[in-house]
Design a protein around this ligand. Structure first.
Ligand code: SF4
Length: 215
């Protein structure tokens, strides 16, 4: 797909979802964004946003989270699911931030992905949302819709990220569009292009969708 067509897709999604290009998690620091994103795995952002006010009131930063009691931490995040592994990851993540990074969330992708529970998706989100660097967030919605639209032949998060970087390079004046596109596709995937039951008749992208055109 050419960049001009991708720009049309971004414009159509922005028109359809005026607030859909923003992160829907609540946070007041890079650490809180990181923790919220780890909690959002296989959980809704709405649920995470219900849990985090009490969690961050008790453990507002990496230092306090690193010293947390695991049972108390689990009880605070229980409703997000997978609470045992998430609690272990969050506490170990906080401990690494304290021990190896002076208590500050790293501001580069290479160090971010060293943190427990932090893959490229989460690391890119922190880079884009908090540090305002070009970011390429590929989650399950982005992966699915990218393939349906036929933007490229790529089907894995790694190759989709590579292709998105090529279409919207980090030094491009509109590199922030890469993160906006991810948020917009996530919004589209939750509301219209839902996994297994896409509402193609009411989709703003059908004229640009390889899947729809081939029907
Ligand atoms: S036309 Fe259908 S398959 Fe294509 S993006 Fe829209 S909802 Fe998804």
């Amino acid at each position: 797909m050419e960049r001009t067509e991708l720009d049309k897709i971004i414009a159509l999604l922005r028109a359809r979802y005026p607030d859909g290009d923003k992160c829907s998690l609540g946070f007041n620091s890079a650490f809180q964004l990181l923790v919220s994103t780890i909690l959002s795995a296989q959980c809704t952002d709405v649920r995470v946003n219900k849990v985090t006010p009490a969690l961050f009131a008790r453990f507002p930063d990496a230092a306090s989270m690193a010293a947390s009691d695991i049972d108390e931490l689990e009880s605070l995040i229980k409703s997000c699911g997978l609470y045992h592994s998430k609690a272990v990851n969050i506490r170990n993540c906080a401990r690494m931030i304290v021990d190896d990074f002076g208590g500050e969330v790293p501001d580069n992708l290479n160090d971010l992905v060293k943190l427990p529970g932090t893959g490229r998706k989460t690391a890119n989100l922190v880079m884009g949302e908090w540090y305002k660097e070009p970011a390429y967030v590929i989650d399950t919605h982005v992966k699915r819709i990218w393939h349906l639209l036929g933007i490229s032949d790529s089907t894995t998060p790694e190759t989709i990220e590579r292709d998105l970087r090529a279409l919207i390079p980090p030094d491009d004046p509109s590199a922030a569009d890469a993160l906006a596109l991810s948020h917009l596709l996530i919004t589209h995937g939750r509301s219209t292009c839902v996994a297994g039951r896409p509402d193609c008749d009411n989709c703003c992208l059908k004229e640009h969708c390889a899947h729809y055109i081939a029907l």
